[in-house]
Each structure stands twice: as structure tokens, then as C-alpha cells.
Design a protein around this ligand. Structure first.
Ligand SMILES: NC(=O)c1ccc[n+]([C@@H]2O[C@H](COP(=O)([O-])OP(=O)(O)OC[C@H]3O[C@@H](n4cnc5c(N)ncnc54)[C@H](O)[C@@H]3O)[C@@H](O)[C@H]2O)c1
Length: 360
């Protein structure tokens, strides 16, 4: 039995990971430590925790398809509202719940926001990770898994792929903060023998993604016949992976990887942003005239491509969802889960958090 501390579990990937663990590995206890920033949304997990967290159960929330659910009764899940930079809290959570595994998703994750306000990226992504590492080392946690990103490698030209040996050359404050965290994790392994793994995944998409990111933003705007803002010529290339497959890869690493190993995770799905936008428009039956090319992001990386051969060869993982299938599921989810999206976009869920947690 694993007692897993998942940080950032109210965010997009963290909540999908918790959903997968509670559904497929019910012998595990999951403790979710999340600060509930603008990107943390307990509605992502409302059906797992018996209607308490988000207060939307039975309140007319539209059922959403294609996402496995677990029953609320006796769910081995605890939520702790707090900051990974709070050393005393992190230590208490590890002790109280006999945590043996930490999976660190908590982060400021949006490149655009890192351009306008990089400081919080250093605080959470670097100082926060350091705080978790110190606690993990001092409490002899069995495994520390750092959820990193392919963005730490920088950008590629038209050819080639990132491997685990590629030098880290981050280009944005976001990716620089993630690279710094990766170095710290490795240093704790080297210096104090902390048993760690680092995973570096390409772009994720799927249910519960905050609509500031490309795919949910475009789906939301297209659904409302709003303009679709595409940076520059839209020919920036990314590899796309359905979020569930990222979660199974992380689980595979926890189960099978030797300590100290780093794994790239990707979907072999390179697509230009404009191509992704056109796929969304055509599935929704909306015209291409909705696309509006806007000024490009400064320093925008042109192309990422990831060689995920190591995790495929060594751990026997492979993606299970094709892009065509994944994007169809994602669009269906956003269509059916309109209330979730409406709450997020209107900021109603933020007010809910205020009501629920301001006095705790
Ligand atoms: N989204 C992607 O495509 C992608 C790809 C590869 C790697 N990653 C990495 O995966 C992780 C999760 O990404 P995401 O897209 O789910 O992010 P997200 O922004 O949706 O969620 C981040 C979560 O972390 C929480 N958080 C932020 N600061 C915190 C703090 N100081 N203490 C505790 N909780 C805090 C937020 O409340 C939120 O719930 C990140 O580390 C990111 O770098 C993301």
C-alpha cells in the first residue's frame, strides 16, 4: 500500500492523476496538498469526495462522459489546503499520513503568466520544490517523483528530438524554474541519496484543463463563436499527449523505475498549433474565419519533439489514446461539462473557495 502525497492535485494533471489512482489502485491513500491558486479547482474532484469539496453534486452539474468515476464512500482521499513552501505543514502532512511517496505536480504552469510575473514561478516551482525535497530527505520518504516538462530542453529546429541526455536550455521563466527544480531534485539524490525520479512530458490535453491553455481556450471560444487568437503564424510545433496517458506513465515510473532515472514522456503526436485549432474548428463545425492571428509571444519556442523511447523500452509504457480519439473525447467533455467551464470562466469557483476556506 502506498501513501501518496500528491501536490497540486486540484490542478489539471494532478486531478486526473488522483482520479486514476483512486479508480485503478484503490489500495493507495492519496493526500492532495494544494494551495488552490487560480488554477486549482476542487470541482475537478467533487465526485470523488462525496459532494463536500465543491458543493456541486446534485446541484444540476451536467454529467461528463469518458472520465472514470469512483464512488464517494470511504474514498481513501484527503485534501489539505496549503502551500508546498510551508515547511511545517509539509512535515506535518508527511508524518500524519505516513507518506511514503511524493508526486510533485504543484507549480505555476503557464508560460504567458511567467512573462508578466516570474517571481511566483521561482517561489512555487523552485523554493516550493526545495521545501518538499528537504522534508522528503529528513523523513526518509521512499520515492520523490518530480513532474517536469519537455520545455526544460529549450527549442528545436525542424529536425531532431529531445532525449534524456539533451542539455537543459530553458527559454522562458517558467521552463527555467522547472529546470532549476530538476537540478535540485538530482542534487538531493546525489548528495543525500534521496530516491527520486524525474519525468519530462510534452503538452497535455484532456478534461479539466484550465481554459487559458491552447486546446480548452480554442474549444471554449469556438463554442461561443468568439475569435480564436493564434500566436504569430501558428506554426509552432508541439507534441500532444492525452492526460490519462501522462498519468499512466507516471504510475509506471513509480512502480518500476530505478531511483535516479529520468524519463521523457510523449505521444509521438507532433502538430502545429494552427493544425490543432483547425481540427477543433472542423469537429465543432465552426468556420476558419474565427481564427485571428495575434502578435507572437516573445521568445516563443518554435518546435518541441520528444523521444520517449526510454520509458517505452525500459518500463513497457505506451500511449493508449490517439490524438484523433483524445481530441474527440476532450471536445465531448467540454461540451457536456459546460457548467464546469462556465464556473471556471466566470470565476465563480474562486468565490466558492473564498467561502469555503477563508476562515479555516
Ligand atoms: N500542462 C502540461 O501540458 C504539462 C506538461 C508537462 C509537465 N507539466 C507539469 O505538470 C504539473 C501540473 O501541470 P498542470 O497543467 O496540471 O498545472 P495547473 O496549473 O493546472 O495546476 C497546478 C496546481 O498546483 C497548485 N499550486 C500552485 N502553487 C502551489 C503551491 N505553492 N502549493 C501548493 N499547490 C500549488 C494549483 O492550485 C493547481 O491546483 C506542473 O508541474 C507542470 O509543470 C504540465
Amino acid at each position: 500500500m502506498k501513501n501518496i502525497l500528491v501536490t497540486g492535485g486540484a490542478g489539471f494533471i494532478g486531478s486526473n492523476f488522483i482520479r486514476m489512482v483512486l479508480t485503478e489502485h484503490p489500495d493507495c491513500l492519496v493526500v492532495n496538498l494544494d494551495k488552490l491558486t487560480y488554477a486549482g479547482n476542487l470541482e475537478n474532484l467533487a465526485d470523488l469526495v462525496g459532494g463536500g469539496a465543491a458543493g456541486t453534486r446534485g446541484a444540476g452539474r451536467t454529467p461528463v462522459p469518458q472520465v472514470p468515476r469512483v464512488t464517494a464512500h470511504d474514498t481513501p482521499y484527503r485534501f489539505v489546503h496549503g502551500d508546498i513552501c510551508d515547511a511545517a505543514l509539509v512535515a506535518r502532512v508527511i508524518d500524519e499520513h505516513h507518506i511514503d511517496t511524493i508526486v510533485n505536480f504543484a507549480a505555476e504552469s503557464h508560460v504567458d503568466r511567467s512573462l508578466t510575473g516570474p517571481k511566483i514561478f521561482i517561489e512555487t516551482n523552485v523554493t516550493g520544490t526545495l521545501c518538499l525535497l528537504e522534508a522528503a530527505r529528513d523523513r526518509n520518504v521512499d520515492r520523490f517523483l518530480q513532474v517536469s516538462t519537455d520545455e526544460v530542453y529549450g527549442a528545436l529546429g525542424p529536425e531532431g528530438q529531445f532525449t534524456e541526455q539533451t542539455l537543459l536550455s530553458p527559454n522562458s521563466p517558467y521552463s527555467a524554474s522547472k529546470a532549476a527544480a530538476d537540478h535540485l531534485v538530482r542534487a538531493f539524490g546525489h548528495t543525500w541519496g534521496l530516491k527520486y525520479n524525474i519525468t519530462r512530458c510534452s503538452n497535455n490535453y484532456g478534461p479539466y484543463q484550465f481554459p487559458e491553455k491552447l486546446i480548452p481556450l480554442m474549444i471554449h471560444n469556438a463554442l461561443h463563436d468568439k475569435e480564436l487568437p493564434v500566436y504569430g503564424d501558428g506554426m509552432q510545433v508541439r507534441d500532444w499527449l492525452y492526460v490519462y496517458d501522462h498519468c499512466t506513465a507516471i504510475w509506471r515510473v513509480l512502480e518500476r523505475a530505478a531511483p535516479g532515472e529520468i524519463y521523457n514522456i510523449g505521444g509521438c503526436n507532433e502538430k502545429a498549433n494552427l493544425e490543432v485549432v483547425n481540427i477543433i474548428l472542423s469537429r465543432l463545425g465552426k468556420p476558419q474565419s474565427l481564427i485571428r492571428h495575434v502578435k507572437d509571444r516573445p521568445g516563443h519556442d518554435r518546435r518541441y519533439a520528444i523521444d520517449a523511447g526510454k520509458i517505452i523500452r525500459e518500463l513497457g509504457w505506451k500511449p493508449s489514446v490517439t490524438f484523433e480519439e483524445g481530441i474527440a473525447r476532450t471536445i465531448d467533455w467540454y461540451l457536456a461539462g459546460g457548467k464546469w467551464l462556465a464556473n471556471v470562466v466566470s470565476g465563480a469557483y474562486q468565490q466558492y473557495y473564498e467561502r469555503m476556506y477563508a476562515n479555516r
